[in-house]
Design a protein around this ligand. Structure first.
Ligand code: ADP
Ligand code: ADP
Ligand code: MG
Length: 461
């Protein structure tokens, strides 16, 4: 087993990895930027090293600094978390070259799946259904119009290197293509340093359903069921649950089979997620594979009882998966809410601030993953995720009730958060019925904001 693991991340996921290390008898080593000197992930370890200024490009994305620390501190492995360097194939290669295990798939696998246009092609060859769209990249707006004409509008222009919902534009008619192509490419260039674009048919009223995969070096590939992630704002997830109300046993079998086939075709190793959109006629289509631990992984942990970060570590050290497919049992229902430091009443603008009084929910079936403590600083430098509240209960309705009372217990003094909005979602009839798609939040936003009392000051004005 590894003796020492460096966590190349921050926030709740760094805390998550530190906790897994401790329970496995592995010494956790942390890194931090100048903005994170007081962060929880730093305070939880005996050894932490500053790797640069607040700007991520100079710290959490600084490969040289991170590898220098890993070697100087005698770490055998690096856990990249999500975001930052987690899907950077050059970093995975650099780790391998430096003799430090990268807790993730080999660089070459990340490279292939990280180019979403290339991943589509690979999936098509493997017999996994993909959204009708371009055969690889589209170089310019003219070519995009030709493909769009063939598959029919509306279409979605997507950045091949995209992530976090960025670099995507819906195009409804050819006359919009020129402007939107430039816009999407510009965003892709500034976010990912890569302007390669591809095109997919826009699936109307889709659900986002993804399958958790585990694959080891011995060639075992298993799935841990699905997560329903259709509650999204601007293509970013806000609330996730498992199992999905949308899947019949037959459809679940077909989607998990496809996900396992996808992972096999990619030569996958480690934990990974195969994302699909599901249309109203129960057709499902591959959209991308995330080659890392996912933000919403606790939902799967609660319904399977498996620790995904520990499985990642086991796989990276060369051990086989701790369970076979037949030994995976699904129990009950889990829901995760992403509590973000942002103001829904003001176009979700970030609300970084110092946390004053803090009360986190607890009790039977409640898990909180966060980097929060009273007096901690939520900095404007990174994403606005403040805490993940995850609940488990025998049935979906009980899980909904447990999540409502958990959010009622939550008090975070200081930043404005989306807690009330999340709470209102749990009272929305469409949500309770489970009949929702990725358009849910946009459709219901005004009603939900009115219910939650956000924007009161505007009404009074
Ligand atoms: P998940 O399904 O795990 O939520 P996301 O795609 O939303 O996956 O990404 C998780 C985190 O990683 C978010 O904080 C997001 O901002 C960040 N992220 C995703 N892709 C990239 C990327 N290419 N570069 C930098 N950060 C990214
Ligand atoms: P990212 O890498 O940014 O996570 P994805 O390809 O996973 O990008 O897409 C993000 C979200 O955008 C999906 O969860 C879904 O809501 C929406 N989406 C993506 N592709 C399509 C499509 N072809 N039709 C409709 N919605 C889509
Ligand atoms: Mg995605």
């Amino acid at each position: 087993m590894f003796q020492r693991i460096l966590t190349a991340n921050r926030g709740e996921i760094a805390v998550r990895v530190v906790r897994a290390c401790r329970e496995m008898g592995i010494e956790p080593v942390a890194v931090y930027s100048q903005a994170d000197e007081e962060a929880l992930h730093v305070q939880l370890v005996e050894e932490a090293y500053c790797i640069g200024p607040a700007r991520a490009a100079e710290s959490y994305l600084n490969m040289d600094a991170i590898l220098t620390v890993a070697k100087a501190a005698n770490c055998d492995a690096i856990h990249p978390g999500y975001g930052f360097l987690s899907e950077n194939p050059d970093f995975a290669d650099a780790c391998a070259a430096a003799g430090v295990a990268f807790i993730g798939p080999p660089g070459q696998v990340i490279r292939t799946m990280g180019n979403k246009a290339a991943a589509r092609k690979l999936m098509q060859r493997a017999g996994v259904p993909v959204v009708p769209g371009s055969d690889g990249a589209v170089d310019d707006a003219e070519k995009a119009k030709k493909v769009a004409e063939a598959i029919g509008y509306p279409v979605l222009l997507k950045a091949a290197a995209g992530g976090g919902g960025r670099g995507m534009r819906r195009v409804d008619a050819p006359e919009q293509m020129d402007a939107l192509f430039q816009e999407a490419r510009g965003e892709a260039l500034s976010c990912f340093g890569d302007g390669e674009m591809y095109l997919e048919k826009l699936i109307l009223h889709p659900r986002h359903i993804e399958v958790q995969i585990l694959a080891d070096r011995q060639g075992h590939v298993i799935h841990l069921g699905e997560r329903e992630c259709s509650i999204q704002r601007r293509n970013q997830k806000l609330l996730e649950e498992s199992p999905s109300k949308a899947l019949s046993p037959q459809l679940r079998q077909a989607m998990t089979d496809a996900a396992v086939a996808a992972a096999r075709a990619a030569g996958y190793e480690n934990a990974g997620t195969v994302e699909f959109v599901l249309d109203r006629e129960d057709h499902f289509y591959f959209i991308e594979m995330n080659t890392r631990i996912q933000v919403e992984h606790p939902v799967t942990e609660l319904v399977t009882g498996l620790d995904l970060v520990k499985e990642q570590i086991r796989i990276a050290v060369g051990l086989p998966l701790s369970v076979t497919q037949e030994e995976v049992f699904f129990r009950g229902h889990a829901i995760e809410c992403r509590v973000n430091a942002e103001d829904p009443a003001h176009d979700f603008r970030p609300s970084p601030s110092t946390v004053g009084f803090l009360h986190l929910p607890g009790g039977f079936g409640v898990r909180v993953d966060s980097g929060l403590y009273p007096g901690c600083e939520l900095t404007p430098w990174y994403d606005s995720l403040a805490a993940k509240i995850i609940v488990y209960a025998p049935t979906r309705l009980e899980a909904i009730r447990r999540m409502r009372r958990s959010l009622e217990e939550l008090v975070i003094e200081g930043p404005v958060t989306n807690t009330d909005l999340l709470h209102q979602i749990l009272y929305c009839p469409d949500f309770i019925r489970g009949s929702y798609d990725t358009g849910f939040l946009e459709e219901h936003l005004d009603t939900l904001l009115a219910w939650s009392g956000s924007g009161e000051e505007d009404e009074g004005a």
